[in-house]
Design a binder for this molecule. Structure first.
Ligand SMILES: [Zn+2]
Length: 50
């Protein structure tokens, strides 16, 4: 059983904007400013309590 939510941080290779996305995501994240595909920065495991 999983109680945690998988969160990943992605970073734009051009402007270094960082965003967090939840797995699984529908589409690969893109930078809203540069319209380029963002790359995985690191994987975080966080527990979210409701
Ligand atoms: Zn960018």
């Amino acid at each position: 059983m999983r109680d945690k939510l998988d969160i990943i941080e992605v970073i734009c290779p051009r402007c270094h904007r960082i965003e967090t996305v939840y797995l699984p995501f529908k589409a690969p994240p893109r930078c809203v400013a540069c319209d380029v595909r963002m790359v995985l920065k690191e994987r975080l495991d966080e527990k979210i309590r409701a």
